[in-house]
Design a protein around this ligand. Structure first.
Ligand SMILES: *[C@@H]1O[C@H](CO)[C@@H](O)[C@H](O)[C@H]1NC(C)=O
Ligand SMILES: *[C@@H]1O[C@H](CO)[C@@H](O)[C@H](O)[C@H]1NC(C)=O
Ligand SMILES: *[C@@H]1O[C@H](CO)[C@@H](O)[C@H](O)[C@H]1NC(C)=O
Ligand SMILES: *[C@@H]1O[C@H](CO)[C@@H](O)[C@H](O)[C@H]1NC(C)=O
Ligand SMILES: *[C@@H]1O[C@H](CO)[C@@H](O)[C@H](O)[C@H]1NC(C)=O
Ligand SMILES: *[C@@H]1O[C@H](CO)[C@@H](O)[C@H](O)[C@H]1NC(C)=O
Length: 330
């Protein structure tokens, strides 16, 4: 009869022993993660975050294989998870990836302690209900290659300091309530020139002339209140692939614009663009999408290239465009 409790005891201690021997997770990181779980009121999404198990095996996190420090924290798609981003996320100093996405009940500001995460490369806080400003401190995270704050409730203007991020490949600030102009500094990205997604905001004023210096792979400024010239975004020596400026109040003469040969998508619909369609557009061989509708363009649609492969709705509602696919010129 005595042998059974002894056996259970042995089993208990040997389990403990094997756990402590095989546990990879850094104990400091583990403590921080458990605080994060508590701050979020122990959501079901984090049910695997059991203090008795190795945190390198928990859902939503990844450990570095050599150092066993937490390098990635990713919370995704959960309607239940509610509250604010816990301040403790700033206490995971080896974090390279931080993602909170599709969490409609995640509210409050962009957590200031994120400023401490100097190794961060990938930051995505998207499809949440975060509000307040796009913080200036993001410019201190020099290792960032990807910054996505899209689909939130962010307001205020875009901090010009974001142009100080030397390694940024893409900047997504689209689908917020951002106001004010596009910073002049966005014509002075050093190192990498990020693809820029600023659509569906309330940005106003002119597109800075400084953007002439930038060769964006993709730029989407659609659905804002931008005015004036946009011709600086083009140029025969650029390698831009996608330009979407639709639904703004842009006013410039399209006739003299030289398009990059690399252009694959060009959407200028719903602006106040004047002049005619330059013949040069027929030489853009890779053009897959074109929409020039709802502008003030005039004259004959040049024949050639891809221009006749788009239907009339790519050209309709202009002042006096004519020729295929619209009706022939008189
Ligand atoms: C999520 O937020 C909505 C309102 O914004 C609320 O009705 C709902 O109860 C919240 N869900 C949870 C699980 O908190
Ligand atoms: C923000 O919350 C509202 C309800 O409060 C909800 O309708 C909306 O979908 C949420 N936004 C996002 C991006 O989840
Ligand atoms: C970027 O990350 C590397 C390690 O990946 C680190 O050594 C470096 O200090 C970081 N850069 C900055 C500016 O913190
Ligand atoms: C979005 O922000 C506005 C203020 O800019 C606020 O009135 C509104 O309640 C916020 N909506 C949500 C869902 O947080
Ligand atoms: C394009 O050429 C102009 C001069 O014609 C020059 O000022 C500009 O820097 C060039 N841009 C790129 C992206 O090479
Ligand atoms: C161009 O944009 C207009 C306005 O949004 C739309 O009605 C039309 O279908 C679009 N045409 C093409 C070819 O994209």
């Amino acid at each position: 009869m005595k042998i059974i409790p002894f056996f259970l005891c042995f089993l208990f201690f040997s389990t403990l022993l094997s756990l402590s021997l095989s546990e990879l997770c850094n104990p400091y990181d583990k403590k921080v993660l458990l605080k994060i779980k508590q701050s979020l009121n122990n959501p079901y999404l984090l049910a695997s975050w059991n203090p008795q198990t190795d945190c390198c095996n928990w859902y939503c996190v990844e450990c570095d294989l050599k150092t066993n420090r937490i390098t990635s924290l990713t919370m995704f798609s959960d309607k239940e998870l509610s509250g604010q981003i816990p301040a403790e996320v700033g206490d995971l100093p080896f974090l390279e990836t931080l993602e909170f996405r599709k969490l409609p009940n995640l509210t409050g500001p962009i957590q200031p302690s994120i400023a401490k995460l100097k190794n961060l490369k990938f930051l995505r806080l998207s499809w949440t209900n975060l509000s307040g400003l796009v913080p200036d401190f993001l410019s201190q995270l020099k290792n960032l290659t990807f910054l996505d704050l899209s689909f939130n409730n962010l307001s205020g203007s875009i901090p010009s300091s974001l142009s100080l991020l030397p390694n940024l490949g893409a900047l997504h600030l689209d689908r917020n309530k951002l106001t004010g102009p596009i910073p002049y500094s966005f014509g002075m990205f050093h190192g990498n020139v990020p693809s820029l997604y600023l659509s569906h905001n309330r940005l106003s004023g002119k597109i800075p002339a400084s953007l002439d210096n930038m060769d964006f792979t993709a730029i989407d400024l659609s659905r804002n209140m931008l005015e004036g010239d946009a011709s600086m975004l083009f140029g025969s020596n650029k390698t831009t692939g996608e330009v979407d400026l639709s639904r703004n109040r842009l006013q410039f003469d399209l006739s003299k614009v030289e398009f990059p040969k690399s252009l694959a998508r060009l959407d200028l619909n719903h602006n106040e663009i004047t002049g005619s369609i330059p013949v040069g557009l027929t030489a853009v061989d890779d053009l897959q999408f074109l929409n020039l509708s709802y502008n003030r363009l005039c004259g004959k649609i040049p024949v050639g290239g891809k221009l006749q492969s788009f239907d009339y709705s790519a050209y309709f509602h202009n002042r006096c465009l004519c020729g295929a696919p619209l009706q022939s010129c008189k």
